[in-house]
Design a protein around this ligand. Sequence first.
Ligand code: AHR
Length: 501
Amino acid sequence: ATPSVTVFPHHKLNPINRNIYSGFTEHMGRCIYGGVCDPSNANKDLIDAHGFRKDVIEALKPLDVPVFRYPGGNFCATYHWQDGIGPRDQRPARPELAWDNVEPNHFGTDEFMTWCDAVGAEPYLCLNFGTGTLDEAMAWVEYCNGTKNTYYANLRRKNGHPEPYKVKYWALGNEVYGPWQVNQMTQEAYAERALQWAKALKLLDPSIQLILCGKEGATSWDYYTLKHCLQPAGLNELGEKRKPLIDMHSIHMYTASEDHYENVTAPLAAERAIEVCSSLIDLAVVENKIPPAQKRPTICFDEWNVWLPTRAVGSKGAEETYTLSDALAVACWLNVLVRKSKDVGMANIAQSVNVISPLMTTPDGIVKQTTWWPYELFCRFMKGHQIAVHVACERYTGPTRPEWVRTVKDTPYLDVSATTDDEGWVSVCVVNIHAEEDLKTDLGGVGDTGVEVYTVTGANLKVTNMSGKEEVGLKKSTWDPKENGPTFVFPRCSITMLRWK
Ligand code: AHR
């Protein structure tokens, strides 16, 4: 049968939190030093007064990336934020254990806030659950958000920042379960610590949102930590309503394979992980008798991407060279995030510059990798509400990686999500993962005039943009259903975004 994609623009499913298009900048490889800032670059035209890369800011700004997570990642587990403030020449260099480096601390909290301002994004800070203390964490919140006449708020003022940064998002550690962490913890030890820190941090600043450190979403670690930390907010000593302690539950997943079909079907594991994790949140809410009026935590998918560590150049830098197949995989990832946007409060592509990133810097400029284009298209267009879409087409039933795809047994060759925004634009993203066949498809529910078409594809699945030539770019055209009838051909190995009003 002819494949079909039927869009229901008036059937709104759920609002999409734009924070699902957030980014991540870690002190790892060339992400911060060489990506975000690059003061020693000989080409001074590329650098602004703060030492930031102007071309990186100019590339990210139009995407309107809502939030950037910082300073890690694994880096957090030994990071002492006070090393990174004050006069730069007095900041200590420290051994950096996550990526076996020396951290000069030239870039720290104040520089990150200035950079977030420059790209128009909100900051999201991750607390040190490795060698850090609660005192130190509270001091960081006070430094960033304090408005009173207190020591750390005054220290921020002394460092030239009179206004509070109002940092809303704070993570209670990163991947604390991992054997690769400095001060790895059991679920019991972590959950109790997270609960106690959450209590203190919310007393200090009830306006912040706290993100619990989950694992992959569908694990006993996720269940245990949720069950331990989700508590009815209750009342304070004055009988006033308290804020809930936990606002989001963080999960991480990276997928990749040299095999194209494994590569592009793997993001479905994330879809399954979100479903399971969302059920675990519901279970904890029910078991812990969280009242219906208390906001239910959402999922913070604060590290996701295509990453094959064995392939990335240099284990410290994780500089991936992305292919057309990877661009399709990232588009499928983004379709997953839209399809599951009811449950996802934030998601962060890991990472935003140079390290496992769609955007690379060279001494002379930037390179937009193949994966940049789906990221750009989603950031610009896939917003507002998710809408219903029905897809009927042949399915891929060949081998997939069971550890990724879990219960997903077969996958339509067309991977689709759809949205409508406040201005009435309908956007539909169709990824044809088929390696050989263009798919002539019946389209239903599509606008009847001047449909905008954005296409990302390339000569073959292996092409990249990293050898000086843009092999995978973005093409814009228009399509008129009156002239073309109800059928549209989705080229093999392509991402197509159709938009109309
Ligand atoms: O994003 C790279 C690393 O991957 C992060 O530091 C860590 O949290 C994850 O394992």
